[in-house]
Design a protein around this ligand. Sequence first.
Ligand code: NAD
Ligand code: TDX
Length: 356
Amino acid sequence: MRLVVTGGAGFIGANFVRSVVREYPQAHVTVLDSMTYAANRANLHGLPADRVRLVEADCADAAITDRLVSELTGPRDAVVHFAAESHNDNSLATPWPFVHSNIVGTYTVLEACRRHDVRLHHVSTDEVYGDLELDDPAKFTPATAYNPSSPYSATKAGADMLVRAWVRSFGVRATISNCSNNYGPYQHVEKFIPRQITNILDGRRPRLYGSGANVRDWIHVGDHNSAVLRILEAGEPGRTYLIGADGERSNLEVMRMICELMGVTGSEDGAVAGPNEPGGAGSDPGFDHVTDRPGHDLRYAIDASATRAELGWEPQHQDFREGLRQTIEWYADHRDWWKPVKERVEAKYARTEKVL
Ligand code: NAD
Ligand code: TDX
């Protein structure tokens, strides 16, 4: 089996490549990644050079994408399309790269798959469905209407629509998955969970947008990727699969759990106090409430029952607290991985973020 994995040097893509190498001893992977700020060569360190090749290029570059896709001639060969600009906050500041990578990039991948009749799996997000009220018993299903809120989610929705059109109009053999919020190793420190963990490890105060009432539906990256692998094995071209692990939690709840697991308590002077340092809990929770995200989606919730039933897929990381503990341990053990970019990420946030 040969795979072209776009975005394979980013968070979910690199975890995916690692899973493929581990679980499919005969598989060869070509990573097509433009190595944006979100990519890191270290994400692929230690993988066998005869089984994983990194091609540094933009998936919107038709000549290169076409050449790599043309190499996929076996019956189980496929493109797995993770490449995207992925951070909502960045999309609010600078939308163009999102239009380029997410829409033009997906168009270019689709055209290559059409030309060479290659199977495609397109990785998307639950954010295409917009958001739900906190007290709404509903969850997103494959029948939920698209209603994206941010430039990021709008470009992902646009990409999904292109895939659907290429399936119907040109018979491209593509599947789509829409997954909820991922956490785990190799996630960029701009994202919520790694940002708070590395803030604490770095002696900074964790940052919660607004009141923290917003709800996200957390899934471990390993579970997202095991579902993508099941879709590659048994998914039906033309279908959309929702991936989630019933992991709804408010941001405030997650923040409190991180603080508790890392032994953070509030202190009189506002500094982060570790477990063995003095610092009364008082009224200081140990983290700051800061400026809310404009247009901040309230709640995401995935109903993955159809995916579970049809593909026999089950998430393995059902204990969120334990998954979070392991993730904290990973960041504590990999300071060399995140430390070089931490300062720049925080400086960028500091330009707009105010403590409430
Ligand atoms: P990420 O930002 O960590 O990684 C994205 C990767 O894509 C990076 O390596 C980047 O260099 C690469 N890339 C960006 N534009 C490219 C281009 N034009 N050509 C080639 N490579 C390009 O993102 P992630 O969190 O790993 O997300 C991967 C995919 O999963 C995205 O499509 C995202 O929409 C989707 N997704 C993410 C989540 C989540 O919680 N992170 C949830 C559901 C779906
Ligand atoms: O410092 C922070 N404080 C905070 O309260 C950051 C960075 C975020 N937040 C909040 C905003 C969200 O409600 O935490 C929640 C999660 O934020 P992000 O990690 O930025 O993720 P989100 O915007 O929910 O989108 C993520 O899940 C869906 C991924 O980034 C997307 O790529 C994916 O499609």
